[in-house]
Design a protein around this ligand. Structure first.
Ligand SMILES: [Ca+2]
Ligand SMILES: [Ca+2]
Ligand SMILES: [Ca+2]
Ligand SMILES: [Ca+2]
Length: 350
């Protein structure tokens, strides 16, 4: 037994020596297994650390300055405050001709929105920009302009709009791209089968479907800017870069104000609804009065920009038989139209 114990002890010592040697060898060598054990916990811990990637900063190159002194176009629009207490518009609401004057709530028409009531629209131009101004009756009770405001441009004068430049709730008196979107009618279906007149039956087109500029995101981050007029809190100014129009310098333009119904996908609005569904703001049309599915909406008739109108351009308001007084400040040709009991004049200054 004692001899066996000695032998076992000897073997144990030899085994321990061999294990010690092996351990020493393993520690010294760059074993891949150990390397993996080091990497795994590190890579496993990485996802718990937030990876912060900043959105690319929009680099603006062209910021508009002040508007030129000389106007290139001007148009007036009905002032619905004059008849608001009677829950009606004074004129200018002709659904069939894509003309709206309904800055009121639907059905009861007992709430009038001065910040949706267009009074005037003007165009100015310089080498870089087409400036547009929409003058509204007033601000909201909170002292803001919380609606949507747009300029629609018909470049080929066929009555169907091509561009819709829209700003949602402009708030800054500094030029800004915030809330500004530019839409294009790529498949040319705005206006439907009969431009500037209601399609019968209603059209199922896609309106302005191509968003080419979204608050600085687009081919050119400076495509369109807006601001509240620095001298008139109820006027919105647009600066649209002329390069957007690829050299086209003559077009028809008109202003819009609205809320949810001023939807680019629904243009022309007079094609997406029937007169029955849309209603009217004119008590003179009792079959359709009051406004129903199309409410909180105003637009102005189209003014020619860069050319003298012949009177036959689609969207140009019908010419009145009598020339009333000259629009304030007009140095050029005056053309006037009659809507209901109101006369609307515009001025061509070049
Ligand atoms: Ca109007
Ligand atoms: Ca108006
Ligand atoms: Ca139409
Ligand atoms: Ca379209």
């Amino acid at each position: 037994m004692k001899r066996s114990s000695v032998l076992l002890s000897t073997i144990s010592v030899l085994l321990l020596f061999m294990i010690a040697c092996l351990s020493a060898t393993s520690t010294a060598a760059p074993a891949p297994v150990v390397t993996e054990e080091v990497i795994v916990p590190v890579t496993g811990a990485t996802p718990t650390t937030p990876v912060l990637t900043e959105a690319p900063t929009i680099q603006h190159q062209n910021i508009p300055g002040e508007l030129p002194l000389e106007r290139a176009g001007y148009v007036g629009d009905q002032d619905s405050s004059t008849t608001a207490e009677q829950n009606r518009a004074p004129g200018g609401d002709r659904f069939t001709f894509n003309r709206f004057e309904r800055p009121f709530n639907a059905e009861s028409m007992d709430v009038y929105f001065p910040y949706l009531d267009i009074l005037e629209s003007s165009i100015y131009q310089d080498e870089t920009w087409v400036f547009a101004v929409i003058k509204l009756k007033g601000q909201s009770e909170q002292g803001s302009l919380p609606g949507k405001y747009a300029m629609e441009l018909d470049m080929d004068l066929d009555g169907g709009g091509d561009w819709l430049v829209l700003v949602d709730a402009p708030a800054s008196a500094e030029w800004s791209v915030s809330g500004v979107k530019v839409w294009f009618d790529e498949n040319n279906d705005v206006g439907g089968t009969d431009t500037m007149y209601t399609d019968n039956p209603p059209t199922t087109g896609n309106g302005y479907e191509k968003l080419v500029f979204d608050q600085g995101v687009g081919d050119d981050p400076d495509t369109t800017w807006t601001r509240i007029s620095p001298i008139d809190p109820a006027s919105i100014q647009f600066a649209i870069k002329r390069s957007l129009f690829a050299g086209d310098t003559s077009f028809m333009a008109n202003a819009w104000a609205g809320t949810g119904d001023l939807d680019p996908a629904l243009f022309d609005l007079s094609d997406s609804f029937t007169h029955d569904r849309a209603g009217t703001s004119l008590v003179e049309l009792p079959i359709f009065y009051p406004i129903k599915e199309l409410s909180e909406l105003d637009n102005a008739c189209r003014m020619p920009v860069g050319f003298a109108a012949t009177g036959n351009e689609p969207g140009l308001c019908p010419i009145a038989p009598v020339q009333p007084e000259q629009p304030t400040g007009c140095q050029g040709q005056t053309v006037c139209f009659i809507f209901g009991n109101q006369t609307v004049c515009y001025c061509i200054e070049n």
